[in-house]
Each structure stands twice: as C-alpha cells, then as structure tokens.
Design a protein around this ligand. Sequence first.
Ligand code: 13P
Ligand code: SF4
Length: 475
Amino acid sequence: MSTTLPVTTPRSDDATRAAASVDRSIRLITAGATRGETCTPDLAKGPWEFDRGPAGYGPGSSMGDVIPTGSPRQGALPEEYRRASDAELDERIRAAKATLGDRVVVLGHFYQRDEVVQHADFTGDSFQLANAAKTRPDAEAIVFCGVHFMAETADMLSRPDQAVILPNLAAGCSMADMADTSSVEECWEQLEEVYGDLTATDADGRVPVIPVTYMNSSAALKGFVGRNGGIVCTSSNATTVLEWAFERGQRVLFFPDQHLGRNTAKAMGVPLEAMPMWNPRKPLGGSTTAELEDARVILWHGFCSVHKRFTVDQIERARADHPGVQVIVHPECPMPVVDAADASGSTDFIVKAIQAAPAGSTFAIGTEINLVQRLAAEHPEHEIFCLDPVVCPCSTMYRIHPGYLAWVLEELVAGRVVNRIEVAEDVAEPARVALERMLAAKPPASVPVPAGSTIAAAGDAAAAAADVAASAVGA
Ligand code: 13P
Ligand code: SF4
C-alpha cells in the first residue's frame, strides 16, 4: 500500500534545519499546507515504494529517463525502518554512530536530503568526498550518502579492507548510465576506422583522440579511459583536464555529459562546429567522416535531467523580479543557460561564491534543490533562491532516505556489512591511472572539511568564486 510520509514538527532549536529541508517542503506542498509545486506528488512517498516496482530512477528529475537493464536494484528495506518516524530514525542513526565511533565515517553529498546530511561527518562534492574517505584510513566502513559512481570512486581510492556502503543501491545517476562501456568501446572502434591507429602520434607527438570521462561515470568507463591514454575530470577542473588532453591529442572524446564538455570547450575558444555530437545509436555517432576529421571535441549524447530543467526564461524572470541578482549555474546546464548566467561552476564553486559574498547579496542558483535550499537556510544574510520554481530533486540522490542510513548503520553495529560497493581490481587499476592523471594535471582546489564548517578558500575555484562575489557588489 502506498503511503505519504507525515510532516513532523521540527525541534524548536532547529528552525534552520526545517527551512533547509526539501522533504518538509514537498510534504507541505503535497498536503496543500503551503503554496508551491513539485514535479510529482510521488516525492512525498518513501523511496522503498519504488525499490521493488518497475525498474526506474524513481520520482524526481530523472523519472522520464530510461534506466538500463542490469542497473543495481535495492532489496526490500525492513519494515521497522519504513514505519519509523523521522524522530525515531534520527535517534537510531545517532545511537548507531555513537556505538560505532571511529569505526565508521559517513559522507554526505551536497545534493542529499538535509535529514541525511545532518548525520554526515563530511559534506562536499563528489571529489572532495572521495578524498575525505582517505582522511579516515582507520574507519572499517565508509557509508557514502551519494550515488553509485561516487561510492565506486571512494572504493577505488580507499584501503582495500575498508567497506564502502551505498545505503540504497538504486541510487545511481541517470547521466552516468547514458554512457555504457560497450557503446563507448563501439564508438572507439569506429573512431579507429576514421582516424587510423589511435596510438600513432603526429609531428607534435599527439595521438588522434584522447578519451576524457566526467567523474559521473562508471568505474568501468574510468578503466577504459585509463587503458586508452585518457583522463577523468570533474566540473571544477574540466578546463585543466581539457588542456592536458589537447597537449597529448589532436581531439577529445568527452563523455557522458555533452553540456559540461560543450560549455568548457566553448569557453576555451573551441568553435561549436568543431564539436559534433556522438549519438551511440547512429553510425559514426550521426556525423560524417569529414565532420569527425575536423572535430576538436566529440561530445557524447548524455545530459543531467536535474540541470536540463534550467532555462533562459527562468534567468530573465529572476533578473526582472530581482534587480541586481547574481545568477550562478552548474556547467551541466545547457549552453544557452550558462551563457545567460553571470557565472557557472561546480557545486563547490557555488558554495564558495555564496560564502564569500557580502551580506545582502541576492543569488538565483541553477543546481539541485537540496543544495540551494540548504544554502538559503544557512545564509539568512543573503537572499538565495532556485531558478526553477518547481521543487524537483535529483531522483537518485533522493533515493537515500534516513531509513536506509539507519538500516546500514544498525547492520554494522550487528557485525554485518550490507550494500557494499566493490570495484574489481582489474577495473580499478586502470581507473586509478585515469584518476591519478587528473590529480597530476592539477591538485584538487579544495580540501575536505568537516560538515558545518567553512570550506577553506584555496585554489582557482575559490578565487573565481570570490570574483563572482565581488562582482555582486560591483567591486
Ligand atoms: P559534483 O562533482 O559537483 O559533486 O557534482 C556531481 C553531480 O552529480 C552534479 O550533478
Ligand atoms: Fe546524476 Fe544529475 Fe543527479 Fe548529478 S544531479 S547525480 S548528474 S542525475
């Protein structure tokens, strides 16, 4: 039977948490207790209602995307966790963490529900969290509240005896799923037919094409890239990584996110005509041989359904309604949206821009609603709102509910490891090569920080974020 979760009254000392809670907003909207709109009333149900249903990403921004067969499925969550109130789950998570002590570290991605983030020992973006895992080598278990590719990366970067746990196995990433290994290998073979030997170098020592994968991809694809002279990038170092690739290759095959690839290469001066799209369902990806020969960046036909929701219309409305507003969007947004914004950058960039801004700034943000609503609650000195007025979280990030977190932690207390994510060593080894190339191309801009503290301003991302903040006051 389908149930809508009750809205519980937050603790009186927790007004900030209540304001940050997207769960609470959704429940109030679906109960008709407040104005607003969600993309589906199913968001008010427990994620376990979708674990055993027809395979899908669940309610939220990816619900229209096609989930590949063979994607991990989550078994039934024991009833006691499905029935427990928010307050009971909160207590049980705290108690289990206290019992486990240093034996466990809980990581929470910026896009997680606030009810989960409040239990995280570290919050951050996908790369910061993978590094955060390394700062606790004595922890037997790393509970990764994020999505599947992030848990895989943490597993590859942590000690072999540490268990990385994903509380809900259905928390994949629809964008990462848009590039599978066999389609990319097929593409690589077709590129070999066009360019000839892919290991042969020209007079400048460059091979015909370098594969670059976004962090949001399976470990298997990171391994493919590692084996074929390529590299991983994140949204905070994509420019540096493309520079690295152009030094070594005449062109780049970029997957899975066409938007990050296009936005980054365009900002580096690559003309749009030199960026054909590769549609894996079409011969030669849908391009001609001549177009592929002239290409500088071949863009895989992938996208993020969260960031696809942002539009230029929303930006125009924000500017009309809020004169002086600073619009910052994630580079997974379509190019016209990035072009119309004041700045674009990774989740970490957005967080730092807001932290560095003078009080009284107004920001319209184009990224996942859980992060935006939390930033708005934590920064009452600013006005911060999401560009998209419809509350529509990332479907897969939202599959992690405190019920699953309580379950995996209490299983650990009982001496059982459930939902372990383990990357086979023959995949992990070349994938680590690709990750290490990224680290060598440029060290990470930020260090992981304990949840609730201010992220240290370091590196390019922080400097650029400070520039955005300064421009908010015309500095
Ligand atoms: P970050 O690398 O900034 O954490 O982003 C991950 C993601 O999924 C963005 O949509
Ligand atoms: Fe994947 Fe988009 Fe969700 Fe990020 S926000 S995890 S890219 S679906």
